[in-house]
Design a binder for this molecule. Structure first.
Ligand code: CUA
Length: 347
């Protein structure tokens, strides 16, 4: 195989160099519409962002030095006519060179360790206001149980929190648990990742400074539907948060129109896995349905929460999310319509 042409340029590297360049150039434009650690909007995420810039700057400097020397060497010492059969001078045992390539990397790693340890200490050791919101998040295959113990609110997959304002900080402390395997809570714009581990409690905190919806996902492989274990954090102004919490504390409003569907729901095994406030449904395996229709998505972000999708979900969850623990209840078309009519009243 001919690896070099008459210019001596090693074209064999072209398939590696060209795609790298394309990826590098396209990253900033792609980042504009996806969530990114480079647009932090929360105190811990800001700390992660700053340390990542330092790390990237050091890595970029190392890359430029190494790549620069490599390119220089490739061009300067390329094969020339008349080189045949000649060996370059061989160098053995240079104390200066060996010292340089040992000490310099040790110093670089030391700087990175110190800076990282300081960031970890700043985030984990932060003193938060006593009235910080406490939320317990339980990772489950494959959805998020979200519990506000002090507010008496239970929901799923969508974490509602207040934003911090300049005159009043309102961080949210998350107590992270798992009901089955290891998961990881990650909303890039709000904080770093923290694992949810069975038989263990981990803690992290977020402090969004701008109202809006922040998307995230499970960041630890946890089985078949790991990639579809999506997460939303909805940050409200403090007043809107109080309104949301007050609505969630109420039991669902009874709607006489959906009586048939309600009776059917309570006669099937739905109630063994799902809870609805102030009813006999008090199952714990599946998401709390008290205010199901206040949520934006179904199946932990798999589809939007519309009548059509809800009907398709109840008809056969396995079709939408294969492996999900909710079984196909084998309802007839009429029964499906009735149950869905009832579920739509859970606002
Ligand atoms: Cu849960 Cu991956």
């Amino acid at each position: 195989m001919k690896l070099r042409d008459h210019t001596g340029f090693p074209w064999i590297f072209a398939p590696i160099i060209v795609p790298c360049g394309v990826v590098t150039l396209s990253v900033p434009s792609a980042c504009a519409d996806v969530t990114s650690i480079f647009r932090p909007l929360s105190t811990p995420a800001q700390a992660v962002y700053e340390i990542s810039l330092l790390t990237l700057a050091i890595c970029a400097a190392i890359f430029l030095v190494v790549a620069g020397m490599l390119v220089y060497t490739i061009i300067r010492f390329r094969r020339r006519p008349g080189d045949e059969g000649r060996e370059p001078p061989q160098v053995y045992g240079s104390n200066q060179i060996e010292l340089a390539w040992t000490v310099v990397p040790i110093l670089i790693v030391f700087v990175l360790i110190l800076a990282t340890a300081r960031t970890i200490y700043d985030v984990q050791g932060a003193i938060l206001p006593a009235d910080a919101l406490n939320v317990t998040v339980v990772g489950r295959q494959w959805w998020w149980e979200i519990n506000y113990p002090k507010l008496g609110v239970m929901t799923a997959n969508e974490l509602h929190v207040p934003v911090s304002e300049s005159d009043r900080r309102r961080p949210t402390v998350l107590r992270l648990e798992s009901a089955d395997v290891a998961h990881s809570f990650w909303v890039p714009q709000l904080a770093g990742k923290t694992d949810l581990i069975p038989n263990r409690v981990n803690q992290m905190w977020i402090e969004p400074i701008q109202p809006g919806t922040y998307v995230g996902n499970c960041a630890e492989y946890c089985g078949l539907q790991h990639a579809r274990m999506l997460l939303r954090v909805i940050a409200h102004s403090p007043a809107d948060f109080e309104t949301w919490a007050a609505a969630q504390q109420m039991p669902p409003v009874e709607d006489g129109q959906a009586r048939t569907g309600r009776d059917l729901f309570f006669a099937t095994s739905c109630i063994n896995c799902h809870a609805i406030k102030q009813t006999t449904a008090n199952g714990k395996f599946g998401p709390d349905l008290t205010h199901l229709m206040s949520r934006q998505t179904l199946g932990s972000g798999v589809v939007t929460n519309t009548r059509k999708n809800l009907r398709a979900w109840v008809r056969d969850p396995q079709h939408i999310k294969p492996g999900a623990l909710m079984p196909n209840m084998q309802l007839t078309d009429d029964e499906l319509d009735q149950v869905v009519d009832y579920l739509l009243t859970l606002k």
